[in-house]
Design a protein around this ligand. Structure first.
Ligand SMILES: [Zn+2]
Length: 369
């Protein structure tokens, strides 16, 4: 129990524990860094340690305050889930009750004004049950613009018994006036070996693929634990077939790339927006790998490390210019998608764009060889 369960980011943990040990908790903290590395988890641990009756710079999980804190976290999560499901907009913020340990997160796309209004109201009262109150504002970059000033006012006149912990991937997305009121703690991607251990201990990923999943998690514990390997491999196969047909079209016994097959596969896989985003992300990842093996060869930090021999063949066939052209095609598909153009249309035009740009670029690639 306690901080020893936290995976990665030892210096962030150390900083937090020193604050607790010295009884120097700032009124406002800002936890930044990539998704899935435990920013919110450490914020919750900090709050729990600050109220634990038995330990000073850790928490026991058993004392009255620890148990109460855990209940508050669970209730807040339950409440949030219910509000997110509410169809009626008034219902979403009706009767908001904030506990002494409260996670405040977007109910819609935003953290709504009413949420910040209630936060402000409660923050200046004495804590109800715990010695100190903690408001953890998750995805703080999504606070509705109408509510940002309200939060700023609270941070400018910090309540004595409340600590705010803003959690946000990129501090640059917050207004500088908010940022400057907080003590910042930066998180890094978690070490790959730690992620690998976690995959071995806590998932059913088969042994031969464990290293691959660790690498594709890019330092995110969250991603590693929720990794959908079959879906990832299915997405990848579409791209691999696509690369294969492109490279066949460039070889000495050139034949036309099999567009129909690419269209059929993507149609099957990109049924909704999320999976379409994932499709594009996988494509981007593979193109980055192609560039890496082309430029740095064997020792490069390739994501899809089980594919290195094939990636090398394709990379030398496409050449630098060919890979760049493919990347441009992919970016175009992403732009189309952001503009809400029919997703399949976006993907189809990507493929068509790729064949024309690739023909010119591919020639350049071949000349280089
Ligand atoms: Zn305790």
């Amino acid at each position: 129990m306690g901080f020893e369960r936290f995976i990665g980011n030892p210096s962030a943990v150390q900083t937090v524990r020193e604050m607790l040990h010295a009884d120097r908790l700032p009124g406002a903290l800002l936890f930044t860094g990539p998704e899935g590395v435990g920013k919110k988890t450490l914020a919750l641990m900090l709050a729990q340690a600050a109220v634990c009756e038995r330990l000073k710079d850790d928490f026991c999980g058993e004392c009255r305050h620890c148990r109460r804190a855990a209940e508050m976290i669970a209730s807040a999560q339950e409440d949030l889930a219910k509000r997110r499901e509410a169809k009626d907009s008034a219902r979403r913020v009706e009767g908001l009750v904030y506990f002494d340990l409260q996670v405040i997160a977007p109910i819609t796309r935003y953290i709504l004004s009413e949420q910040i209004r209630v936060l402000r109201q409660v923050a200046y009262t004495r804590p109800f049950e715990l010695p100190r109150r903690f408001f953890i504002i998750d995805q703080a970059q999504d606070i509705h613009w109408q509510a940002v000033d309200l939060l700023l006012k609270v941070l400018e006149e910090p309540p004595e018994t409340t600590t705010f912990i803003l959690v946000c991937p990129n501090a640059g997305e917050l207004r500088s006036t908010i940022r400057s009121r907080c003590q910042r703690l930066a998180f890094s991607p978690v070490d790959e070996e730690l992620i690998l251990e976690l995959i071995k201990d806590r998932t059913n990923v088969p042994e031969p693929k464990q290293r691959l999943v660790a690498r594709l998690s890019h330092g995110s514990v969250g991603r590693a634990l929720g990794f959908d390997l079959p879906a990832c491999l299915a997405r990848r196969d579409v791209w691999l077939e696509f690369f294969q047909s492109l490279s066949a079209g460039l070889g000495p016994r050139a034949r036309a790339p099999d567009w129909q097959q690419l269209f059929d596969s993507t149609r099957k896989l990109s049924g909704d927006r999320d999976s379409f985003d994932d499709m594009l992300a996988t494509g981007t990842e593979l193109l980055r790998d192609l560039l890496l093996v082309l430029e740095r060869g064997e020792g490069a930090q390739v994501s899809h490390l089980d594919l290195i021999p094939r990636l090398k063949t394709w990379a030398s066939t496409f050449g630098f210019a060919g890979i760049v052209a493919l990347k441009e095609g992919l970016d175009e598909a992403h732009r189309l998608q952001i503009r809400n153009v029919n997703q399949q249309l976006g993907l189809d035009s990507l493929a068509v764009g790729m064949v024309s740009s690739r023909r010119d670029a591919g020639q350049t690639g071949l000349t280089r060889l």
